[in-house]
Design a protein around this ligand. Structure first.
Ligand SMILES: N[C@@H](CCC(=O)N[C@@H](CS)C(=O)NCC(=O)O)C(=O)O
Length: 214
């Protein structure tokens, strides 16, 4: 396989690289897969069975942080990562937190089966996880602060990644409108044609929720 191909499941965290690719101006193709039904075939592409996966001229790259870094590096003119060492490190730190903490809390409240087969324990994981997920969303609001973009002075790959969690927050019934700075930022995101194009291409649940909240 040649070129740049993103494997995406609708409504999943692979929306982040979909937004990044659309903003990058790079030529790419997207393979929309259904993790529930296409898993056996997809395991041949990505043995871990997860999205996102980016295939670059036959090379498989996984993990949002690395994929977003790679896309930003392939399209330097698009300015998807800040240029200074300090801001770049801060953005990488933020995206590592998204992947290691916020995403895992979301898994705890949406896929507790991944943690334990015990139904009672699953219910407890969800109950204990929801307030922690809300705290993480509050922390996202605080980390954005007065800035217009998560990625530094301009839009960047961290913004596309953050939008996944905003969409999941809506989807999971959190009162996202109470997060005023994040909500203003989300509207700013939706005013970008490439972001809108990506979420309409996604055509999954995040698309519906984000556009309904516009
Ligand atoms: N650490 C990975 C997490 C990827 C991940 O868990 N993706 C979810 C979709 S949001 C997935 O593929 N889940 C299917 C599974 O766990 O089998 C990353 O940041 O790329």
């Amino acid at each position: 396989m040649s070129g740049l191909t993103l494997y995406h499941h609708k409504g999943a965290c692979s929306l982040a690289p979909l937004i990044a690719l659309e903003e990058s101006g790079l030529d790419y193709s997207v393979e929309i897969i259904n993790l529930a039904t296409d898993r056996p075939g997809y395991l041949k592409v990505n043995p871990a069975g997860k999205v996102p996966a980016l295939v670059l001229d036959g090379e498989l790259l996984t993990e949002n942080l690395a994929i977003l870094y790679r896309i930003a590096s392939l399209a330097p003119a698009a300015g998807l990562l800040p240029s200074g060492l300090e801001e770049t490190s801060r953005t990488l730190s933020l995206m590592a937190w998204f992947g290691s903490t916020v995403h895992i809390l979301r898994r705890q409240i949406r896929m507790p089966l991944r943690f334990t087969p015990d139904a009672d324990a699953q219910a407890k994981l969800v109950e204990a996880g929801r307030p922690k997920m809300w705290e993480a969303l509050l922390e996202m609001e605080a980390r954005l602060g007065e800035r217009e973009w998560f990625g530094g002075r301009a839009f960047g790959v961290a913004d596309g990644y953050a939008l996944v969690f905003y969409g999941w927050g809506l989807n999971d019934g959190f009162p996202m409108e109470e997060l005023e700075k994040l909500t203003t930022w989300k509207d700013r995101m939706l005013s970008r044609p490439a972001v809108l194009h990506a979420i309409r291409n996604d055509a999954g649940v995040l698309h519906d929720k984000l556009e309904a909240a516009a």
